[in-house]
Ligand binder design. Structure first.
Ligand code: PLP
Length: 443
């Protein structure tokens, strides 16, 4: 009787979790050899487990945590919000955090994208952008424009609609029969050309050919600006975004920028699209927007699109909703996150930190078994010369032994650290990554 409760609550977390929690993005049987880490608490860039072993969070807890764990400023904002309003429905009601956040984000686009629609996770934001696009064309009397285009290697989330525009076989193949068919065009991945610019031009030509044939039936092109993250940090030249924008304008196709991973300063500018000096028709944000605290996502769009839904007719409105749409706590965390950007001049500070990390990683970049060392903002990646299908898992486990949280994608090792690393942590991250890489390649 009461076995489970009498056990030391932390010592047995792993056994209990494996018995009752179905973990995401995991073949559960791999946990027979791959460790499951029971996290007790987080401070700054570090996670600490039940045995007081610590791990430098080199991937921002799946790309969400910008300013460290237990950030005092975000904590204070949330505590204040908790005593004010934890949640209220957003249909027929509004509240200060959602208003302030929408205004501030719109201002960050120079009011090009002045209307914000909220959801809770990235995939839902993608669904919203896709639905809004098709619905826009329908409201404009263009019911035939409902086909979608994505890039080779794209990743836009795991729900059925988002998965349809995702081109990562391991995530989509099992569900292929459930998914709408879409057009998949060439990726501008810089590794595919003689240089980044020619790769961008070649991909744009493939897009142009498709548009010449089918644009009359196409609602939208969805892209991950500058870095296709989940396929393995495939980076491209901003030129591609300019060319795609021109083609979308010329052929009357919406451009959806999925900035869920690359937004919020990750690419070096607040929005990745800024580096191409373009605005999309829809911009999706999630992940870092709440500082990594709470599920929050949103789609920003133009006044002209908003206006196409503004009507007496209910059915011309965008009748999409999620229960926690615009949750005040999540919005407040996002406002605290934007405050930190402004108060700490984060984009400039990140430039300095990224340059330091790049210097510290230089010896690894030169390693004989490393190719395509690349960087965009605070994302660093390289490809390992290996054919070992277990490389990623072995790297993950070895990194943990060296107090490092890194989780390669296939044979691509990447770093996407929180923005708050100090000099010592930058040096440690680079040095340990190098050590782990050599160990894993030698084994
Ligand atoms: C993570 C991610 C998504 C999905 O977001 P979730 O919150 O995991 O649903 C969509 N697009 C991109 C580019 C992402 O990196």
């Amino acid at each position: 009787m009461g076995d489970v409760l009498e056990l030391s609550p932390q010592a047995d977390w792993v056994t209990r979790s494996l018995r009752s929690v179905w973990h995401p993005c995991t073949q559960m049987q791999h946990h027979e050899t791959v460790p499951l880490i029971p996290v007790k608490y987080g401070r700054g860039a570090w996670l600490v487990d039940a045995n007081d072993k610590r791990y430098l969070d080199g991937i921002s807890s799946w790309w969400v945590n910008l300013f460290g764990h237990a950030n005092p400023r975000i904590n204070a904002a949330l505590k204040d919000q908790l005593d004010t309003l934890e949640h209220a429905m957003l249909a027929g009601f509004t509240h200060e955090p959602v208003i302030a956040l929408s205004e501030r984000l719109a201002a960050l686009t120079g009011h090009a994208l002045g209307h914000c629609f909220y959801a809770s996770d990235g995939a839902s934001a993608v669904e919203i952008a896709l639905k809004m696009s098709v619905h826009y064309w329908r409201n404009s009397g263009r019911t035939e424009k409902r086909e979608l285009v994505c890039l080779k290697g794209s990743y836009h989330g795991e729900t059925i609609g988002a998965l349809a525009v995702t081109d990562v076989a391991i995530f989509r193949d099992a569900y292929g029969p459930m998914l709408q068919s879409v057009h998949v065009v060439a990726s501008p991945d810089a590794r595919l050309g003689d240089d980044a610019e020619s790769a961008a031009r070649a991909a744009a030509r493939s897009l142009e050919r498709l548009f010449e044939e089918r644009a009359g039936n196409i609602a939208a092109l969805i892209v991950e600006p500058l870095v296709q993250c989940a396929t393995g940090m495939a980076m491209h030249d901003p030129l591609y975004l300019q060319l795609a924008r021109e083609l979308c304008d010329r052929f009357q196709v919406h451009l959806i920028a999925d900035e869920i991973a690359v937004g919020c300063g990750r690419s070096g500018s607040f929005f990745a699209c800024e580096q191409a000096a373009i605005w999309p028709d829809f911009l999706c944000l999630s992940k870092g927007i709440s500082g990594g605290y709470l599920p929050l996502s949103l789609v920003m769009t133009r006044a002209s699109i908003y206006q196409a839904f503004y009507d007496r007719d209910m059915a011309r409105g965008f009748l999409h909703s999620h229960s926690y749409t615009g949750n005040p706590l999540a919005c407040r965390a996002a406002l605290a996150t934007l405050d930190i950007f402004a108060e700490d001049d984060v984009l400039n500070a990140n430039r300095v930190k990224a340059a330091a990390l790049r210097t510290a990683l230089a010896p690894l970049a030169q390693h004989a078994l490393v190719s395509h060392f690349r960087q965009c903002g605070t994302i660093f990646a390289f490809d390992a010369h290996t054919t070992d299908a277990t490389f990623s898992r072995r790297f993950f486990a070895t990194a943990l032994e060296h107090e490092l949280l890194l989780r390669p994608i296939g044979r691509t090792v990447y770093l996407m650290p929180p923005y708050i690393l100090d000099e010592a942590e930058i040096a440690l991250l680079a040095e340990r990554t190098h050590t782990v890489f050599e160990k894993v390649m030698a084994a």
